[in-house]
Write a protein that binds this ligand. Structure first.
Ligand SMILES: [Zn+2]
Ligand SMILES: [Zn+2]
Ligand SMILES: [Zn+2]
Length: 143
């Protein structure tokens, strides 16, 4: 995404577009998957405290979310437009590949407000695991 557009995105969310915040958003934008703290700190070259603080600000303003927390790491992903300071509104699955341990957000039509009759859902946090397209074994190979 162009830098100008990113600056605007942050401003619209009520976040001052500092260099660190822009950097984190830029890295997350350029990947199709969620990124772990480890990946984020090596791509941004930020120290841990600055990185945590930056992620926290972006998270409370509905720009990014914690996609998955494993015993070793935390994975962050960008939010879509419907998140904001009033809360995160996600209706997608967080999928973790058991082989390469990549984490991604997957939209699913199975998740709707009607999925839980009589209950009003504010946020879904559905976890799934399996094998991503890069790691799935062709059936012939497993025989
Ligand atoms: Zn969100
Ligand atoms: Zn994989
Ligand atoms: Zn997600």
């Amino acid at each position: 995404m162009a830098k100008k557009k990113l600056i605007l995105k942050l401003q619209n969310a009520g976040v001052k577009p500092t260099a660190h915040r822009l950097q984190v958003m830029d890295v997350l934008e350029s990947f199709e998957w969620a990124l772990s703290l480890k990946q984020l700190s090596s791509s941004t070259q930020m120290d841990r405290i600055t990185l945590y603080r930056t992620l926290r600000t972006l998270e409370t303003h509905g720009l990014i979310h914690l996609a998955r927390e494993t015993t070793h790491d935390k994975f962050y992903a960008l939010c879509k437009d419907h998140c904001g300071t009033t809360g995160h509104k996600h209706a997608h699955v967080h999928f973790e590949c058991l082989s390469c341990h990549s984490v991604r957000c997957v939209e699913s039509s199975v998740i709707t407000e009607q999925s839980l009759p009589g209950l009003k859902v504010a946020e879904w946090n559905v976890q799934a695991s399996g094998w991503c397209p890069d790691c799935v074994q062709p059936e012939a190979a497993s025989v």
